[in-house]
Write a protein that binds this ligand. Structure first.
Ligand code: FVH
Length: 296
């Protein structure tokens, strides 16, 4: 505990995400110990009042709460290896991106060294850390989440999914997948328009407006996908097949790669060939579910 009654906090890793995270704890009045493999990256934070740890073991020993925004799980394992004797009694919050099984393995490893483990995923950009735009996902030790909720909220709004440490990562990957599809769609469209003289900068606000509108469509898609009932939707498979065909046509006509939309066209074609062309667009969900999913 620091003098103000707040727990002390350690941040291991001062990359693009770790640096604003450590700065947020400093701004919120926490005694913050920092460590980074490349030591110079700590200089600016130390000038702002952070405590520099020379070794990772020293950094882990300094605080009950150890936040780990490193590159990936291999980096986390490598970094923590020389610090195992300092781990007992610590809460490790691993924020690196990874697969669910990596989170479960790391939780077991941490428990074997006497540390409580919370897996986290950062739905944020470096510049949105500690702003209302950011939200972080957590799973693993419920006790750790409840005990340190106030501290976790310093970085971003917190969502807890349950004790299985893999749950935060699978939700993270699902959200990343949603974003990647949308952003790749934007980049493809920007290439099409650039070819006809509308620059990406001019196109961006229009695309943002459209994306906001599309976001309002998600609850309807979710309702249909959850119920398996796709009749009566306003946007059918056949209607969207025409749209996607046209998009592929203008891409080819302008020398633009069609790789982004060919997979979607294939899915829509399959739905239509199966006699489901009048179903809602959301019925593509039926092709994406595991083949052994229960029939509905
Ligand atoms: N940047 C982003 O836009 C996204 C936003 C959403 C979340 N992701 C994930 O956040 C994790 C950290 O990403 P980052 O952007 O902070 O990454 P870097 O700026 O490249 O910093 C990486 C830090 O990891 C250290 N590091 C790498 N390998 C090792 C190792 N073997 N041992 C110890 N430390 C290691 C690196 O140290 P150094 O290169 O400065 O010495 C940085 O501190 C990540 O999972 C994203 O997917 C980011």
């Amino acid at each position: 505990m620091s003098e103000q009654g707040k727990p002390t906090v350690t941040v291991l890793g001062l990359g693009r995400m770790g640096t604003p995270i450590a700065a947020a704890f400093l701004s919120a009045g926490y005694s913050t110990t920092v460590w980074n493999r490349t030591h110079e990256k700590a200089d600016a934070l130390v000038a702002q009042g952070a405590i520099r740890a020379v070794t990772v073991a020293e950094a882990v020993a300094a605080s009950s709460l150890v936040i780990v925004p490193l590159l990936d799980y291999n980096a986390v394992r490598q970094a923590l290896k020389p610090a195992t004797t300092a781990l007992p009694g610590r809460v490790l919050v691993n924020l690196a991106n990874g697969a669910p099984e990596q989170a479960r393995e790391l939780a077991t490893w941490a428990a074997g060294h006497g540390a409580d483990y919370l897996d986290g995923a950062m739905m944020a950009l470096p510049q949105t850390v500690a702003t209302p735009e950011a939200f972080f996902l957590y799973s693993g030790s419920r006790k750790a989440f409840v005990t340190y909720r106030t501290e976790l909220e310093v970085m971003a709004a917190s969502h807890y999914f349950g004790v299985d440490p893999g749950l935060a990562e699978i939700h993270d990957l699902a959200l990343l997948g949603t974003g990647y599809a949308a952003l790749t769609g934007f980049l493809h469209a920007a290439a099409v328009l650039d070819a006809v003289g509308t620059t990406p900068a001019v196109f961006a606000p229009l695309a943002a407006r459209w994306m906001n509108g599309i976001a309002q469509f998600l609850p309807e898609l979710a309702r249909e996908a959850a119920s398996g009932t796709y009749e009566g939707g306003v946007s059918t498979v056949d209607l969207n097949r025409v749209g996607v065909d046209n998009l592929i046509h203008i891409s080819r006509a302008n020398g633009i790669d069609t790789d982004v939309h060919e997979p979607l066209k294939a899915l829509l074609d399959r739905r239509s060939a199966d006699g489901n062309g009048k179903d809602s667009f959301s019925s593509v969900f039926e092709l994406l579910r595991p083949r052994d999913a229960p029939q509905r």
